[in-house]
Design a protein around this ligand. Structure first.
Ligand code: FAD
Length: 311
């Protein structure tokens, strides 16, 4: 399927988020001169994060774009090559593995997949504009910034309720906006949410617009049964309507779980020897900078051992 003359690399890392850049740092320090294909979002989700306060080593927190810059500089210092390019096709049937990008074709003795997962968006006016300015996809990351505030949560599944309940540690009130009149979340979570005085539900309702002046101030709501529209003042909009793992490239070549995440063992090994996966592409549970970075470091350490054993 790939026929041009390829450049051969010891390790190619697909993705430049915390998992990819941490893998690059470890692989580079082992003199593998790894190639990172950055994808369209250099630095991954951190690049759109206003401030990260839960990554150790930065007692005052650090701005997302600055953390991305630091990750890249540190990896490059030891010989990482970063290409602003995306993998468009991979062939994992034989080693070295083949990777095709917009601009090039490569062979890789080992491959580390760190293409992340994308939070599902509402795709409504104001959502993009206010991301990091009141719109969030992560309560663990951002809940702390909403002490004593009134927020809404959008969604009706386990993560909407879990994250909504988590937010009650900080906020004054959480209104859960759900498009149906029944929740998909498990019974225990539902009971906890119904019993919590800070949690209120708004049923059969969707958010149609997010409004503010620099930061979120109001949402427009529409009742899907009656068609009634109203405005609601709020300090924050937490959106939990699922994540989409970026795994299209590997379908049919790697074992994926029922939700499309790459399956790895505790050594970040995928179903193909020599191919590792790390970060949110293989983790639907923790979804943090530190956990993704840790998985990336682990994947690189395993790739280093693999190359030692197969050289
Ligand atoms: C707004 C926001 C705020 C957050 N705040 C925090 C926080 O405060 N603390 C915290 O711990 N976590 C936070 N998170 C979560 C954290 O950013 C993620 O857990 C982390 O970035 C996941 O890292 P990753 O490397 O697995 O994937 P990502 O960061 O998702 O990176 C994926 C990478 O893969 C690349 N890619 C995708 N497809 C291709 C392809 N075909 N070819 C090449 N490259 C490709 C992308 O360009 C990107 O570089 C936040 C997330 C968001 C969205």
């Amino acid at each position: 399927m790939i026929d041009k003359k390829e450049k051969q690399e010891k390790t190619i890392i697909i993705g430049s988020g915390p998992a990819g850049m941490s893998a690059a740092l470890y692989a580079a320090r082992a003199n593998l001169e790894p190639l990172v294909l950055s994808g369209m979002e250099l630095g991954g989700q951190v690049s759109v994060t206003h401030i990260v306060e839960n990554y150790p080593g930065f007692p005052e927190g650090i701005e997302g774009p600055k953390l991305v810059e630091n990750f890249q500089k540190q990896a490059e210092r030891f010989g990482t090559k970063v290409e602003f390019d995306s993998a468009t096709e991979v062939d994992l049937s034989t080693r070295p593995f083949r990777v095709k990008t917009w601009g090039n074709e490569y062979l890789a003795e080992t491959l580390i997949i760190t293409t992340g997962a994308t939070p599902r968006h509402l795709d409504i006016p104001g959502e993009k504009e206010f991301t990091g300015r009141g719109v969030s996809y992560c309560a663990t990351c951002d809940g702390h910034f909403f002490q004593g505030k009134d927020v809404i949560v959008v969604g009706g599944g386990d993560s909407a309720l879990e994250e909504g309940l988590f937010l009650t540690r900080y906020v004054n009130s959480v209104k859960i906006i759900h498009r149906r009149e029944e929740l998909r979340a498990g019974a225990i979570l539902q009971n906890r949410a119904f019993k919590n005085d800070k949690v209120e539900f708004i049923w059969n309702t969707v958010v149609t617009e997010i409004i503010g002046d620099g930061i979120v101030d109001t949402v427009k709501l529409k009742n899907v049964k009656t068609g009634n529209e109203e405005e609601l003042k709020t300090d924050g909009v937490f959106i939990f309507i699922g994540h989409i793992p970026n795994t299209d490239l590997y379908e049919g070549q790697l074992e994926l779980d029922e939700n499309g995440y790459v399956q790895v063992d505790r050594f970040m090994q995928t179903s193909v020897p020599g191919v590792y996966a790390a970060g949110e592409v293989a983790d639907s549970h923790f979804r943090q900078v530190i956990t993704s970075a840790g998985m990336g470091a682990g994947a690189a350490m395993q790739a280093i051992h693999f190359l030692e054993d197969h050289s």
